[in-house]
Design a protein around this ligand. Structure first.
Ligand code: MN3
Length: 202
């Protein structure tokens, strides 16, 4: 079974004005689709074919550039679309809010630290909120299409919130103003989905 490009659970223009329709369409149909196609090509006929994407990434040989870049790209974007929503924004509640407060002191402090991680990632990459076994949450950042499931990235645990800071994610609308894009992201975070990922992976 080859990996398939997931459908978005909302229209391309649903996240406007925070993320524009043209960016969403290109990002999904060109970038994410490209990672998906190239991942399938890279694993075809190998022992990785048929494994789940999480198993592939957890046991990844980091010198396998094709699977690292395209498997990461496939997984990261699938997660990214799922944690966005036109009905998003606000702040988390329940156990996830408790874990964020325990780790960072307050939601505002979390927001500041996450924004710093996203803003200071040099070049292309991702900012993450990850949950460790036991329920502790951590912020980290990875270059390119790496993520915390892969070995030895300096990021551990299971990603539950990710922000794509590649220029292709924001340049049409925000040009070089990455901090404005990061601020806008907070208006479309689907905290219900993040809480679901937290509960499933803590
Ligand atoms: Mn991207």
């Amino acid at each position: 079974m080859a990996f398939e490009l997931p459908k978005l659970p909302y229209a391309y223009d649903a996240l406007e004005p925070h993320i524009d329709a043209r960016t969403m369409e290109i990002h999904h149909t060109k970038h994410h689709n490209g990672y998906t196609t190239k991942l399938n090509g890279a694993i075809e006929g190998t022992a990785l074919e048929g494994q789940s994407i999480e198993d592939i990434l957890k046991n990844l040989d980091m010198s396998n550039g094709a699977v690292r870049n395209n498997g990461g790209g496939f997984y990261n974007h699938s997660l990214f679309w799922s944690v966005l929503s036109p009905d998003g924004g606000g702040s988390p509640s329940g156990e996830l809010a408790d874990a964020i407060n325990a780790a960072f002191g307050s939601f505002e402090s979390f927001k500041e630290k996450f924004s710093t991680a996203a803003g200071t990632r040099f070049g292309s990459g991702w900012a993450w909120l990850c949950v460790q076994p036991g329920g502790k949450v951590e912020i980290c950042s990875t270059p390119n299409q790496d993520n915390s499931l892969m070995p030895n990235t300096g990021c551990g645990g299971h990603p539950i919130l990710g922000l794509d800071v590649w220029e292709h994610a924001y340049y049409l609308n925000y040009q070089n103003r990455r901090p404005d894009y990061v601020n806008a992201f907070f208006n479309v975070i689907n905290w219900n989905k993040v809480a679901e990922l937290f509960a499933a992976n803590k």
